[in-house]
Design a protein around this ligand. Structure first.
Ligand code: KG4
Ligand code: ZN
Length: 338
């Protein structure tokens, strides 16, 4: 049978990534992280765009080399069209268009948020695990969404953040405590050593399945300021307890909304993705939900859950099978919807 080789390119935020897939199997998955943003405590869009321009050719070369294939064997080029930072998206989009045009092969546009969800189907033989319909919680530094997934390309956003993403809640809280960027992994590490009930932060009141995290950040700021006034060494002395309490509050917020979404839809297959799904507390809470609520939960391999091009490749493969190609005049779209 004929082999389908997809080269995929992801450049929506601060990671330049390329992957090669053959018949839904990953042959290579290369990511170049941009260290430059650490000094600024967050992603600087203009610097991200320039770093993508420096990284894209070597990253694609490396992906092809690791996959041990020549570009003449490629069946199609898939790329992230959006959502994301415009200056970053433009680099991957222009590169993908030029390469597809040069090679005379189809170009396939991919929605980054769909890709986070379809990442569950990488290396899944019949592309049906998790089974439809399932709920997908996508949590990262840029996104917080609950999506009802009826089919591979039939998805409905049923809840999302009205302000900060959950990863930002981790990162901004960490910044207040003097932790480096991104603070999520450090908070996770310290939370394991602290008491999650040491301090209580009120959960935001947001209707329905939407989320809000900016109020929590402010609550933590005021709390820390007040405590430091009384005891200048408060942060050092209680850092693990503070981290554990912040993480406990955030997980509570996520789990409350997931429970409500499951109740409203009657769906008990729950999938999570995005960088924050690496969090040990959220993984533990999900595992417990299997016995507690009768859910079946799904978490992709770590390398497919943070921003990566393997997830773009699987969407490319599925669209290739349907013959859904993009035209050369396709444009990057910073606010592309699912
Ligand atoms: O998916 P990702 O690599 O990039 C995007 O933002 O799209 O996610 C990065 C986010 C950061 O906010 C980081 O702090 C958070 O994921 N993160 C974590 C953990 N590992 C990464 N947050 C909490 N606990 C973790 N273990
Ligand atoms: Zn992402």
């Amino acid at each position: 049978s004929q082999k389908i080789y997809i080269l995929a390119i992801e450049s929506s935020c601060d990671d330049t990534a390329a992957a090669v897939m053959c018949n839904a199997q990953i042959l290579s998955n290369v990511v170049a992280n941009q260290k430059i943003h650490e000094a600024y405590g967050g992603v600087v869009p203009e610097l991200a765009s320039r770093a993508h321009q420096q990284h894209i050719v070597p990253v694609v070369d490396q992906a092809l080399k690791k996959a041990k294939i020549d570009k003449s064997q490629l069946s199609a080029i898939a790329f992230t069209r959006g959502p994301g930072l415009m200056g970053s998206l433009l680099v991957g989009t222009s590169f993908a268009k030029s390469l597809a045009y040069g090679l005379g092969i189809p170009l396939i546009d991919v929605n980054h948020m769909q890709a986070h969800i379809l990442a569950h189907f990488i290396e899944e033989k019949d592309f049906n695990k998790p089974p439809f319909p399932f709920l997908a919680l996508t949590i990262s530094g840029g996104h917080t969404q609950i999506v009802k997934v009826n089919d591979h390309f039939d998805m409905e956003v049923i809840g999302e953040t009205i302000d900060d993403a959950v990863g930002e809640a981790f990162d901004k809280s960490g910044k207040l405590l003097g932790l480096g960027y991104p603070a999520g992994p450090e908070i996770d590490k310290r939370a394991k050593l602290g008491n999650p009930k040491a301090f209580k932060f009120t959960k935001p009141k947001v209707d329905g399945l939407n989320f809000s995290f900016s109020g929590l950040k402010t609550a933590i700021l005021y709390f820390v300021q007040k405590q430091v006034k009384a005891n200048p060494n408060f942060i050092e002395e209680r850092l693990n307890d503070i981290c554990a309490s912040i993480q406990y509050t955030i997980i509570g917020i996520l789990m409350d909304k997931l429970k409500l979404a499951s109740k409203q839809t009657g769906i008990t297959h729950i999938a999570i993705g995005g960088g924050v799904s690496a969090n040990s507390g959220i993984r533990e809470a999900l595992k417990q939900s299997e016995a507690k609520f009768g859910w079946t939960t799904y978490i992709p391999k770590f390398e497919y859950t943070t921003d990566n091009a393997a997830m773009i490749a699987i969407v490319g493969h599925l669209k290739y099978l349907k013959g859904e190609y993009a035209q050369q005049n396709v444009m990057a779209s910073a606010r592309l919807k699912i």
